[in-house]
Design a protein around this ligand. Structure first.
Ligand SMILES: CC(C)(COP(=O)(O)OP(=O)(O)OC[C@H]1O[C@@H](n2cnc3c(N)ncnc32)[C@H](O)[C@@H]1OP(=O)(O)O)[C@@H](O)C(=O)NCCC(=O)NCCS
Length: 155
């Protein structure tokens, strides 16, 4: 877990409107999601690409995990990812940024659970703004031990 207090940084961010910065791709809803994030972690040099910013795959891995955690609120058994739709990388993530992943269940089907994931970064560098960096819609499928789809809530 991050050693610094993410909660205080998140609350600080709400008074420092991200909309004060330059608009980025897909900045439709700029409000910090309400409630606690599902996952949170500090990025490290291990996450970087050749540009020195955080590799998109590292963010996607966290999105996948956060979506699974959200899906488990609906289905206690195993879930696998069937689709990641409409992934938008709005802004770069830098080493040392604290990323927070907010999740929301969008729909529940017969065997699937669709989750929206919004990722925010608390910048390590001053002025330590909190900005939306990535979002995605992830569909998880409830599966049995043979990895066959099973009805949601059946587990
Ligand atoms: C997930 C998996 C078990 C689904 O098997 P399947 O035979 O395709 O199952 P179905 O066609 O019955 O679809 C299952 C559900 O997924 C949904 N689904 C299938 N393809 C989808 C897609 N491309 N996007 C969104 N939802 C999709 C279906 O609508 C259905 O939902 P519903 O029951 O709520 O209506 C299978 O595709 C699989 O094993 N995929 C690999 C999973 C994986 O390894 N993920 C990465 C690591 S976790």
């Amino acid at each position: 877990m991050p050693s610094r207090s993410a909660g205080s940084r998140a609350s600080r961010s709400s008074s420092k409107s991200p909309s004060a910065g330059k608009a980025a791709a897909g900045d439709g809803a700029l409000a910090l999601p309400s409630g606690a994030p599902t996952l949170r972690r500090v990025t490290t040099p291990r996450d970087t690409n050749l540009m020195g910013t955080v590799f998109g795959g590292a963010i996607l891995a966290e999105i996948d995990l956060a979506a699974a955690v959200e899906a488990h609120k609906t289905h206690a058994g195993s879930v696998v990812t069937v689709a990641m739709d409409k992934v938008i990388f709005k802004r770069p993530v830098f080493v040392g940024d604290l990323i927070s992943l907010y999740t929301r269940t969008v729909s529940v089907g017969t065997t699937s659970i669709t989750v929206h994931v919004s990722v925010w970064a608390d910048r390590r560098r001053p002025p330590h703004e909190s900005v939306p960096v990535t979002e995605a819609t992830v569909t998880m499928v409830a599966v049995d031990e043979e990895l066959r789809p099973v009805p949601v809530r059946g587990g």
